[in-house]
Design a protein around this ligand. Structure first.
Ligand code: SF4
Length: 364
């Protein structure tokens, strides 16, 4: 690890670079903590290009934290649809209510207090505290880890929580008291567009001279990050019950992916080779009177990859001669929806793709 680099040289070089290269992004023109918080929650695990339209939609639909807090959860999830990691949206909604009820609709104005909000970890608290209130607290995100690991030659595994201390100490030594917000923005932006994971632009880098990784031919080796576990395969069999133009769906419960979103009756198997006879048996066990012949193997398998799961899904459209009996709908929590109602429901992208492919919904 390199030890004798002047922190002032690094921070001023990053801030100068930022002034010349920063992208114009709407959340950079504001000191409103609500907008900054919205942008930070939306951008977690999301690229800027993907998150930007969501940020604009949320700011337009809910211009104040009170309006977000007053919205029904289904509406918030519907607006979030397609961004994934739906617990972020639920936490965000919960936090808006926390701010309204416990903080009189005024965002807490210090790092320590921000940390107490749900869904706000050390990174987000540091971002809001510095961008909105100019508190001198250094942010650490994936971009910052990479930049610091390379410049200072830190070989600690960034996937291990204990490494955080090392990186935090370096970042704290760099952040200037007179421009903590600009420095934080600068180092993150530098990681996002100059010191990128695979093709950093070392040739035209203002820190090339002092960069440990560049000077030791270790740019591709740093940062060190242990491999994530392989994604777990899951096999979903969705039964799309239709009766007189209405479709039976249900809201997903806590304890698994997609809590609060709507999908169809689901049977999960240990492999995708499950045959119609077995599927019919499964449905009959739940009181659904479906015969083997009604289950046509679909032509297409849907693949959907989440951070730790790889889902293969099949959809079986089943025409019902009559409505499902009340004891069945109570037992299975299924309810009939018109297509207009389905359009307004929050749904996983996988379900939206099927609805579109099957011609059930066109305006998605
Ligand atoms: S020289 Fe290359 S690796 Fe080092 S900070 Fe600059 S872009 Fe990153």
């Amino acid at each position: 690890m390199a030890t004798t680099i002047d922190p002032k040289f690094i921070s001023s070089s990053l801030i100068r670079w930022y002034g010349q290269h920063k992208r114009a992004l709407p959340w950079r023109d504001t000191r409103n903590p609500y907008y900054i918080w919205l942008s930070e929650i939306i951008l977690q695990q999301t690229r800027v290009a993907q998150g930007l339209p969501y940020y604009l939609k949320f700011v337009e639909t809910y211009p104040t934290v009170q309006e977000l807090a007053a919205a029904p959860e289904d509406d918030v999830l519907r607006l979030w649809q397609g961004l994934g990691y739906y617990s972020r949206a639920r936490n965000m909604h919960h936090t808006s209510r926390q701010v309204v009820q416990e903080h009189n609709s005024i965002f807490p104005d210090s790092y320590a207090q921000l940390l107490r909000l749900r869904g706000v970890g050390s990174y987000t608290a540091a971002a809001i505290a510095s961008f909105a209130f100019q508190e001198k607290v250094a942010v650490l995100d994936g971009n910052v880890f990479r930049v610091l690991a390379r410049i200072f030659g830190v070989a600690d595994d960034i996937a291990v929580p204990a490494s955080r201390k090392t990186f935090q100490a370096i970042a704290d030594s760099l952040i200037p008291a007179d421009a903590p917000d600009t420095f934080n923005q600068a180092i993150m932006e530098f990681g996002a567009i100059q010191c990128t994971p695979l093709m950093p632009d070392c040739l035209f880098c203002p820190l090339q001279q002092v960069c440990f990784a560049f000077n030791h031919g270790m740019v591709q080796e740093l940062p060190v990050k242990k491999k994530a576990k392989a994604a777990q395969p899951r096999f979903f069999h969705y039964f799309v019950f239709r009766h007189q133009g209405q479709y039976y769906m249900r809201k997903r419960l806590a304890g698994d992916i997609w809590q609060g979103l709507y999908d169809f009756y689901l049977f999960e198997s240990t492999d995708k080779a499950t045959q119609p006879a077995e599927l019919a048996k499964e449905l009959q066990n739940s009181g659904l009177e479906v015969q083997e012949e009604q289950i046509q193997l679909p032509r297409k398998d849907y693949k959907h990859v989440l951070s730790h799961q790889k889902i293969t899904a099949r959809f079986y459209l089943i025409e019902l001669e009559s409505r499902l009996r009340e004891e069945i709908t109570q037992e299975t929590r299924l309810a009939a929806f018109t297509t207009a109602e389905i359009e307004a429901l929050p749904k996983p992208v996988l379900i939206s793709s099927y609805l579109k492919d099957a011609g059930i919904l066109v305006n998605l």
